[in-house]
Design a protein around this ligand. Structure first.
Ligand code: M6R
Length: 361
């Protein structure tokens, strides 16, 4: 069943070009975005997104997209907090629940809390027969195929893809994007599986970096804008399967505390495509280098040219449209965690203390 791979996680990482292609084809055809009837963001007062773990980080990323592309007021919360906080929900709002399994107890309880309060409940799930799918007004499958590894990989990038398509639809519905602009983004998206393949081809280089990272006690991940949630996800992935302590931070938060941790023994993974925020992130990275932190810069060729000097390692990824960078850069983050775990000899697919689906509180 592992199709020649050593672990399900490795197989699932490698499947991403195919499953992302499936999700893109399913939701975006020649006529533009193809979502089920009944998904309409026009005139909405708010979108609320709720999930746990990796699915929560997908929602945090999507907040950047919904705000930027659709001017939609967006709230994101972890399900375990949301359900007991009992937040007010405007009637003229949509609540969106993201879950690979569709069975996560807290996410399901949050969905039930939102029911009857909001206009529509949308479920973004991988298991189409799941409870969350059944109890949503509209369920959108992410089409990642069965995910066995406890560490979520292909489900994350497929969740991001479906959420991005929803944000583009919201942009259209709310008159913030023209059809031509949406088509431009869809063209970029069509090229994504090919870029993911190119990122996967860097596996050998990433494994070498991971072997060094495996020696560390603590690792930091930094990102700005939509790369910030990916910093959180990269840190979660690493700690889940390699048991190395890792934290993700917004780059700009560095000097508000975490910089105190930096010394010669702390690898700092900087997620920095050459986008509008690049210079800001680089200046944070230089603060790390000035304190002898071991910077691992993930960027594109232009970024490496401008800022690669003096870093410990640079991984050059293909140039990608700004909107899609969180999806593409997820690949090296996953591979880094995977190879660090392999180097440490931990149980990659069944990490200690964790279950694939958390069906109790
Ligand atoms: O099935 P779900 O997407 O609702 O699961 C949510 C989290 O339990 C899950 O993403 C967890 O954080 C993963 N182990 C992350 O790799």
């Amino acid at each position: 069943e592992k199709a020649g791979y050593k672990h399900f996680m490795a197989k699932e990482i490698a499947e991403q070009p195919v499953v992302l292609g499936d999700a893109i084809k399913h939701y975006a055809g020649a006529g533009g975005i193809a979502l089920p009837a009944g998904i309409d963001f026009a005139g909405l007062d708010r979108l609320t997104m709720v999930a746990c773990g990796t699915a929560y980080y997908a929602c945090l990323t999507a907040k950047y997209w919904f705000e930027r592309l659709a001017g939609l007021n967006c709230e994101v919360d972890v399900a375990s907090e949301f359900r007991y906080r009992e937040p007010p929900l405007p009637a003229n709002s949509v609540a969106l629940f993201v879950s690979q399994s569709g069975e996560t107890a807290d996410t399901l309880a949050a969905l039930r809390y939102a029911k009857e309060k909001v206009k529509k409940i949308v479920g973004v799930v991988n298991v189409p027969t799941s409870t969350i799918a059944r109890e949503s007004d509209v369920a959108l499958p992410i089409l990642a195929g069965i995910e066995v590894g406890v560490a979520s990989t292909k489900a994350f990038t497929c969740q991001l893809t479906v959420l991005l398509l929803l944000a583009l639809k919201a942009g259209l519905d709310r008159g913030q994007l023209t059809k031509a602009e949406v088509q431009g983004h869809l063209d970029d998206l069509a090229a994504l599986p090919g870029l993911v393949n190119q990122a996967l081809a860097r596996e050998g280089e990433i494994a070498a970096i991971a072997a060094a990272v495996a020696e560390a006690q603590d690792v930091l991940f930094l990102g700005r804008g939509a790369m910030f949630p990916l910093a959180l996800e990269g840190a979660l992935k690493l700690k889940e399967i390699s048991y190395i302590h890792a934290e993700g931070y917004a780059s700009g938060e560095l000097k508000h505390g975490p910089i105190a941790l930096i010394d010669r023994a702390v690898p700092v993974v900087v997620l920095a495509p050459r986008d509008a925020l690049f210079d800001k992130t680089v200046s944070n990275m230089q603060e790390v280098m000035a304190r002898h932190g071991m910077v691992i810069l993930l960027t594109d060729a232009a970024g490496a040219r401008e800022a690669g000097e003096g870093t410990w390692k640079v991984l050059v990824l293909p140039k990608v449209a700004d909107l899609l960078a969180p999806i593409l850069y997820a690949i090296p983050a996953q591979l880094l965690a995977y190879h660090a775990a392999v180097a440490k000899g931990t149980d990659v697919d069944q990490p200690r203390n964790l279950a694939k689906s958390v069906t109790v509180e």
